[in-house]
Ligand binder design. Structure first.
Ligand code: AMP
Length: 366
């Protein structure tokens, strides 16, 4: 069977890798001839809105999926006549517009931070008045990893914040004094079967994920069940098929949804070694209509992103339980070049091993 993937980054590469033991072939569409997924399948080089390139990547495919959420929804829709496009393009559309995403969460009874839509600069003073400060202005479209947003602490920040988000339709959102950031990943099959992975704790720096711990340590009672209920409701509402990630804030003993990703997710990389079935394998199983695999954790896991430069592998791999993943990208500041997952039978050992990994990576504790 042939899986067509829009996007050929590291997520595509890990999807392709997961498909090999299942006997699958993968074909990727990416604008870059150096796309990391070229190592694990065929690569079509072209723009995501190039009709000829879309035609070429989908030719003969049993299913079309994506690994990049800024693929134009129109491109995903255009392919829907040739092969099933999963997750459904509606999920892509909701994830591409912060306002639509908030409304989806609200429809599903998933709590979110208070917010006000801001369509024009003139709406901003009224929005600040209605919401109070501090707040964060976020462009509705094409923002990820903290891009396209600006914190508003006083009325004087309004003009610069509007400029910082590109003077584009936005939402103003209350700044949440969260205790920590979490995420929940789940997979839904074509037949509606759902498996939910354990909640993950995520530590970001500069808006970019640095470290994940799974299962999230010391999760207050009831929050795991709440996260699971929320992601299940979103999956049902979207008639979703594949892996869905929801990023959450833990604040005041509650969970607030921040955003979702309609694809495999960086905070799920630990599942390759740390869960009964990896997010990549389960995504493929789901979109192909195969039975899903168990999502339970196998002990404790932590994942460290390798950003900007790659460490000495011999030092890293000397850490017991450590697994290195290198994406085949050329080094550049701020670029995700790989990740390390470290496993341990218990929390204490995990923290010791994680500290060793962070030393090998050249980072202080996270
Ligand atoms: P986002 O692009 O929405 O994922 O935001 C990037 C990061 O900014 C998040 O991971 C948080 O660390 C921070 N952030 C976003 N929204 C809020 C908020 N309403 N309150 C506090 N921090 C936020």
């Amino acid at each position: 069977m042939l899986v067509a993937v829009l996007g050929g980054g590291q997520l595509g590469r890990m999807l392709g890798l997961a498909g090999i033991p299942l006997g699958l072939r993968s074909r990727f569409l990416d604008p870059s001839p150096d796309a990391p997924a070229r190592a694990v399948g065929e690569l079509v080089v072209g723009a995501f809105d190039d009709p000829d390139a879309l035609e070429e990547v989908a030719r003969g495919a049993d299913v079309v999926t994506y690994e990049f959420e800024n693929v134009p929804a129109a491109s995903a829709r255009a392919l829907a006549g040739r092969a099933p496009v999963l997750p459904p393009p509606e999920a892509l559309e909701a994830a591409q517009d912060r306002l639509a995403e908030k409304r989806l969460f609200e429809r599903c009874g998933i709590p979110v931070a208070p917010y006000v839509p801001v369509d024009r600069e003139e709406d901003l003073p009224g929005a600040i008045e209605a919401l109070g400060l501090p707040a964060v202005l976020k462009a509705r479209r094409l923002g990820y990893d903290g891009k396209g947003q600006a914190v508003v602490r006083s009325a004087q920040d309004a003009g610069p914040a509007w400029a910082a988000v590109g003077a584009a339709p936005s939402i103003l959102e209350a700044l949440v004094p969260f205790e920590r950031e979490l995420s929940v990943l789940a997979v839904r099959g074509r037949d509606g079967e759902v498996r939910v992975y354990p909640v993950v704790e995520n530590v970001h720096r500069g808006g970019v994920l640095r470290v994940s711990r799974a299962p999230a340590p010391d999760l207050p009672e009831g929050l795991g069940e709440a996260a699971s209920a929320y992601v299940r409701r979103a999956l049902e509402a979207l008639g979703y098929v594949g892996v869905l990630a929801i990023e959450l804030f833990q604040a005041g003993g509650e969970l607030l949804a921040n955003e979702m990703a309609p694809r495999v997710h960086n905070s799920g990389h630990w599942t390759i070694e740390g869960a009964a079935t990896s997010q990549f394998e389960n995504h493929l199983r789901a979109i192909l209509g195969l039975p899903l695999g168990a999502a339970e954790a196998r002990g404790q896991a932590a994942m460290v992103n390798l950003i900007g430069r790659l460490p000495d592998p011999s030092r890293l791999l000397a850490v017991p339980g450590a697994h290195l993943h290198v994406y085949g990208k050329s080094p550049r500041p701020g670029r995700k070049l790989g990740h390390v997952t470290v496993l341990a039978p218990d929390r204490e050992t995990l923290e010791e091993r994680l500290a060793e990994v962070l030393r090998a990576v050249g980072e202080a504790g996270s």
